[in-house]
Design a protein. Sequence first.
Length: 292
Amino acid sequence: MIEKINLQKNLSDNIKTVSGSKAVKIIKSNILASVPVKAAAAGDRLSSSIVSFARFFSLPLKQETLSLIRRQAFSAVSLPKGDDISKLRQALSLAAAAAESKGTELSVKGLEAYAQAIDPDLQKRRRQNREKNNQEEKNIQKDEDITAAELKKMANEYSGNVKLLDLLNKLPGKNGRRWIVLPFNFFDKDREYAVSMRILLENDNRAICMALDISIENEISKEKLLFIVETAAEKPMKVSVHFDKKGFKEAQFKKELAEALEIPPESVFVKTEPEEYFPCEAEQSSSIDEVM
């Protein structure tokens, strides 16, 4: 049985809380979802990711739950498709798995907004599609380095303005852990940076895993950069870096990053061709306890 709770009047169209662990039909769709576990075994990339996301959030690996998430991956109506359709569906399925873990049911609009916060490329399109001209933002360019305090301010302003995201960030998962998403964007000289910071917190609010997903673009080029940091006792223990730049000095890069984070160079791993769009939540799922 679904219990609809009006958490905030202006959020009523986006979110409602569900009681119990019974999977709920969120989106009425003519697309019939296949069996994700079997599809994953057969090599379906999206289904494999859905299983990984479910494990990351300690969701039961049941056909009902996984099919529900898969249906939502095909639900977008206003987000861009085209060449980005594969990543779009992964972002939607990650958003759906996260919402399910928090015991919430999202409308299509709410799910799209959550996916935009998760994927920096979608976040950038959201900003570009706003009615207000962004030329004013482009003129606010900094010659000096962006500080940690400024990044924190930008992330807080974004989540504060997007009430749905602010609410979801406050909700714990069914396993007691809390996954939060802090998106922000800024311009530095001629480059635009769109960032999604995703953090997994333990029950005592200690960060155990963080992804810093960055899209960098100017008029002639585009780069992707992803840092995944695993921590223990509030100190970084392992860092994985995913990016599409080739021809760099990997040994020197690892040495400098290790020195900056005060960890051994052998604890830094570099991948120039990541197999997943969201490797933090997909590849880290093996270290997260499952709730069957």
